[in-house]
Design a protein around this ligand. Sequence first.
Ligand code: NAD
Ligand code: GLY
Length: 359
Amino acid sequence: MNTLHVEIPGRRYPIFIGTGLLDQPSLLEPYIKGKQVLVVSNETVAPFYIERLQSQLGQYEVHRIILADGEQYKNIDTLNTIFDALLETPCDRDVTLIALGGGVVGDITGFAAACYQRGVAYIQVPTTLLAQVDSSVGGKTAVNHRLGKNMIGAFYQPRCVIADTGALSTLADRELGAGLAEVIKYGLIRDIEFFEWLEEHLDQILRRDNDALVYAIERSCQNKADIVSQDEHEAGIRAILNLGHTFGHAIETGMGYGVWLHGEAVAVGMVMAADLSRRSGWLSESKFRRVETLIHRAGLPTTAPSEMTEPRFLDLMAVDKKVHAGQLRLILLQDIGKAVISDDFDQTLLKQTLNRVSG
Ligand code: NAD
Ligand code: GLY
């Protein structure tokens, strides 16, 4: 097992990464606050893992809530069912919520923890690659609104993150690919060596070689922890973690939540960001091709669906958390491994990127 830390003002919390961690009761105990625990999972993940998790919690009063599975359920109505469970039990302010699942369960559980009685403890037990490398770390919690992705939420940090890589054995290939989009993101925004390592080792990851997976998860979490430790509330540098997300969120919202996976939409968004960077003269043609090729090799899409016309993109991108005073900001690439936050891009070039079909 490897342990990394997120260091934020006034507190520090661990990310445990390894195989078989779901069976280690001593890991969870120090992070559970009172006597009551509410495990939040979904109908797909719970049958695989909830009993194993719950068997580590013998000395606690454990309750569970099983949510419907899917991005389309990441909304206020589902959030309310968690509040119902907490109040009907009833759970006091010392309750600890445990999110057992992918990014949807993690984001919604974190937001429930942030709101219930103005804030209770929670632990992230991520079970998708995407959640293990990204969403479980850093305290962004949210639900979607029909007009915008993750628009209702809070920054609220977990007490710890327990990433059992063994849980990935049951994950569908398409979901593994979606997680790889966020892994590639770290290479693109700030870690050229990792990008080059991914170019060399991608096939091992796709074959689910455990050593390659563990290395990719650790390196991703280290990158994320470094950034979050510098800028917990996204006053500046943390925004680079959103490479491709303005385009990607528009695709997710525009196509209907759950039609495109988050990681797939982000993959296209990263190619679009690289494309705009190329058109702006920052990224060479050969480097753009390296970005596009790695994303394609990961089994991810590299062009937006035809339904996403330029006006549709522009409408949806106007509802983005990086819009300030009506001005859209994008994360672009000055190089592979060097992202910048920019509102200084040419609108004509942006429109060319929005209309790019391929090539
Ligand atoms: P997800 O939570 O929908 O999980 C993907 C699918 O895999 C689901 O069907 C789920 O039930 C299933 N699943 C989960 N674990 C499994 C396992 N071990 N075995 C078999 N099936 C399993 O999607 P995701 O890709 O994990 O997360 C996407 C969400 O994360 C989006 O809502 C996105 O906005 C959010 N996100 C948040 C942050 C953040 O910083 N908070 C960062 C990135 C993404
Ligand atoms: N996924 C973006 C962030 O955590 O900031």
